[in-house]
Write a protein that binds this ligand. Structure first.
Ligand code: GLU
Length: 508
């Protein structure tokens, strides 16, 4: 039987980065087995529906390149893949369970349920309490028929029989057992005719031929009800196998990573930026922070999975090859943003310069820099060993695109003295008239000049760097000069020298 897995997010807001990891593991598992990866939108909870969230999910998957084979916006034979469009299906299956005696109608008003909760601490709607409430198991058959005919609002509840062990053989966690006596008679179909998560999830997994359910650990408790539902429908033979993924933990301290950690630690915890209605509900994204999709995936892949060995850099193809559910950890995986940056740095360093230039083009344009691809390619070659995220190219390296805004005065005061002026002037002349304006010959020429003048490289090279970039932190100085070009470099050296003089005069 061929593998079919689904990513089934609910569009209740921006998709958390952990959701992207869930999608990735499903994708890797499908690809490795030559199977099918499905995107199903679980939007049956109208109260929690957030406009734009579905589009966000699709955009996030597209950004990282986890394209579904079937699903909302991706075609497929077994749709619709948006649960709100499948209402009649759930209606039919819920009623089928009632007909089989595995589920029942319940007419309890919200007030009646509230009263029951008041009367009994930890009230649960189950085999012990259901006879005290208004449902088709407690009321005479004619009353039930009358109330249905009269159009009384009802829900359909799963009839959970006590005293059963519910076994799950989780592919990550091993054997897990729940006691049915501890499970409530879950609502399957609501008064508005919409299914609950439980019913819709199981019916769709069945109808869509899902073979493996790979999802977050927080869904493990629901799985007990899901197994009971498979039994109630008589679908146990085709019940998918379950794999519950470990939590993603906060960067420090206990507990799972939450959207509030983003603001707390000043880091993105969402794939893409999200503009909510309020500032608290708006979040930065990995994409906007300047992460490459491949680096983001590599980082997420290793958040709870590792095949053993030392390898950390995995291309998507390598991940597909190496992935296995057995190597997913049971324990939580700490969200280490520094590690995410480390991956990004590594991916930037090995990325094709033309592709990298294309990636920073919009960032340069947003800053109003007029820079063509040829120039951007030079910039990325020059800077790529020292940046972490894409905006670093245009922020740390702003002086490659515009005039120096800030000089390191302290360093200038240390390095510059009026006595150096004649030599520096001669140096500017030599640079201006360099026979070949390329990094290597320029370096050779300048170093020779320094020697001829009886100076030391440490006396002159920092000044060159300060004049060209304003800071000591820039890239290799002669490569930088080559990128700036003969005219601009010469101009900066002249301007720099004037600035040095003003700087020490001000300090005197
Ligand atoms: N709709 C659930 C979610 O938002 C799906 C859980 C599952 O994969 O079964 O994550």
């Amino acid at each position: 039987m061929s593998v079919r897995v689904r990513f089934a997010p609910s569009p209740t807001g921006a998709l958390h980065i952990g959701g992207v990891r869930t999608a990735l593991y499903n994708y890797l598992f499908a690809r490795q087995h030559g199977g099918t990866f499905i995107l199903r939108i679980e939007d049956t909870d109208q109260n929690r529906y957030v406009p734009g969230a579905e589009a966000y999910i699709v955009e996030a998957l597209k950004w990282v390149g986890l394209l579904p084979d079937e699903g909302v916006g991706f075609g497929g034979e077994l749709g619709p893949y948006r649960q709100s469009e499948r209402k009649p299906v759930y209606h039919q299956y819920a009623h089928e369970l009632v007909a089989k005696g595995k589920a029942y109608f319940a007419f309890d008003t919200p007030e009646a349920l509230e009263a029951a909760r008041q009367a009994e601490e930890n009230f649960t709607y189950n085999a012990h309490t259901r006879h005290l409430l208004s449902n088709s198991l407690s009321l005479p058959a004619e009353t039930v028929q009358q109330r249905l005919a009269a159009g009384d609002p009802y829900v359909i509840r799963l009839r959970v029989e006590p005293g059963q062990d519910v076994h799950i053989q989780d592919l990550i966690r091993g054997a897990v057992v729940f006691q049915s006596s501890e499970l409530d008679d879950k609502v399957l179909l609501k008064t508005d005719g919409m299914p609950t998560y439980h019913l819709a999830n199981i019916v769709d997994d069945h109808l869509m031929g899902i073979t493996h359910v790979i999802r977050g650990e927080e869904w493990l408790p629901s799985t007990a009800h899901h197994v009971l539902l498979y039994q109630a429908f008589g679908w146990t033979d085709t019940m998918p196998q379950f794999a519950h993924l470990p939590l993603i933990l906060k960067p420090v301290g206990n507990g799972k990573l939450s959207k509030r950690d983003g603001a707390k630690f000043g880091i993105p915890v969402f794939p893409l930026a999200w503009a909510g209605e309020t500032a608290e509900d708006s979040f930065p994204g990995f994409r906007e922070a300047g992460f490459l999709p491949a680096a983001t995936l590599n980082f997420l892949a290793l958040l709870g999975w590792h095949p053993g060995g030392d390898q950390e850099i995995f291309s998507l193809d390598e991940l597909i090859q190496a992935f296995s559910l057995e190597h997913i950890s049971k324990g939580g995986a700490r969200f280490d943003y520094e590690k995410a940056k480390w991956f990004n740095q590594r991916y930037i360093q090995t990325m094709d310069p033309a592709a990298l230039a294309a990636a920073i083009q919009p960032l340069a344009a947003a800053k109003g820099y007029q820079a063509d691809t040829a120039f951007l390619s030079q910039v990325v070659q020059l800077m790529k060993e020292r940046v972490t995220v894409l905006p670093d190219f245009v922020e740390q390296g702003y002086y490659l695109f515009e005039a120096i805004k800030l000089y390191d005065d302290e360093m200038i005061a240390k390095k510059w003295s009026a006595g150096l002026q004649p030599a520096f002037e001669a140096l500017i002349g030599a640079v201006e008239n360099a026979p070949v304006f390329e990094a290597a010959p320029l370096e050779e020429q300048v170093k020779q000049f320094i020697q001829d003048q009886g100076l030391k490289p440490g006396e002159v090279l920092p000044l060159l760097r300060l004049a060209l970039a304003g800071t000591m932190k820039g890239p290799a100085v002669f490569e930088m000069a080559a990128v700036l070009g003969r005219a601009e470099s010469t101009r900066r050296l002249r301007e720099g020298m004037d600035y040095f003089n003003r700087c020490i005069a001000a300090n005197a």
